[in-house]
Design a protein. Structure first.
Length: 254
């Protein structure tokens, strides 16, 4: 994937945030709460948002405009150079959506999501992220990495009811036999992995996930609190008639 950045082969990169995330932040504020919280003795604090595999970082600037301190994590140093170029467009700070909430900072980190170095180097710890956003990261990973992907998210996400994982599910209509990336990512795959983090979930030889044979959620699993087709998304998430095929799901610890 790092090589694809170097070769300028980045077909997933639309140059702007997905409008489905913007709409989710506006329409699901009843679930997500405010981007700032006040704790007795500590005053007003900004919540932390993480974008694993953030690409050129466009989602981080959107999250910061909603008031989150946004952390974009990238393995690729070439992608991080694109993030720095993107940051130059915003100057010292991102324009806030709501002046009363203000805007958060944007921090780009180099590292591997599955390792701890980037967390330690940034002075962060597991369980510190109030919001994690996944778009075209789950589908970029080989399905054999999905148990680890799910487990890592449970480790990084803040406890319930504060922490929320938002998955913009794509591609939902691809034949899994075609392989990837992007690998077919149907809603059932998110359910099976996130409700059984770290567990090997069988796939058949055509790439179809075996669903519904395990208990609903194991003790480490996340629960899905919302699931819907967004009204707007990037073009690859639509069918030939323009219907949105992507889903958005929101998850939290039990
Ligand atoms: C398909 S791209 C999506 C980028 C971005 N989310 C977007 O929508 O434009 C996946 C990104 O994840 C990064 N990546 C892959 N594995 C990673 C890992 N283990 N840790 C951090 N970043 C990773 C790649 O460098 C790549 O930029």
């Amino acid at each position: 994937m790092g090589d694809l950045w170097k070769e300028e082969q980045t077909p997933w990169d639309r140059g702007t945030h997905n409008p489905a995330l913007e709409d989710t932040l506006v329409q699901k504020s009843d679930i997500l709460g405010s981007a700032v919280s006040s704790t007795e003795g500590k005053g007003k604090q900004r919540k932390k948002a993480l974008v694993p595999g953030c690409g050129r970082g466009v989602d981080c600037f959107l999250l910061a405009s909603f008031g989150y301190d946004a952390y974009g994590l990238e393995y690729s140093t070439t992608a991080l150079e694109a993030c720095q170029k993107e940051a130059e467009k915003y100057g010292d700070s991102v324009k806030p959506r709501d002046p009363d909430v203000g805007s958060g900072k944007v921090v780009f980190l180099q590292g591997d999501l599955f390792k701890d170095e980037w967390l330690k180097n940034a002075g962060l710890e597991e369980g510190c992220f109030d919001l994690i956003y996944d778009y075209t990261f789950f589908c970029a990973l080989n399905p054999s990495l999905r148990p680890g992907w799910a487990l890592r998210h449970t480790q990084l996400l803040a406890p319930s009811p504060r922490g929320h994982l938002i998955c913009l599910e794509f591609p939902t209509m691809k034949d899994p036999a075609l392989g990837g990336p992007p690998f077919a990512s149907i809603p059932t795959a998110y359910v099976e992995h996130l409700s059984h983090p770290g567990e090997d979930i069988p796939y058949d030889d055509k790439g179809n996930i075996e669903a519904g044979t395990r208990e609903k959620v194991n003790e480490k699993g996340l629960t899905r609190v919302a699931h819907w087709h967004p009204e707007r998304t990037h073009e690859p998430g639509k069918d030939a008639d323009g219907n949105v095929m992507d889903y958005v799901s929101i998850w939290r610890h039990q």
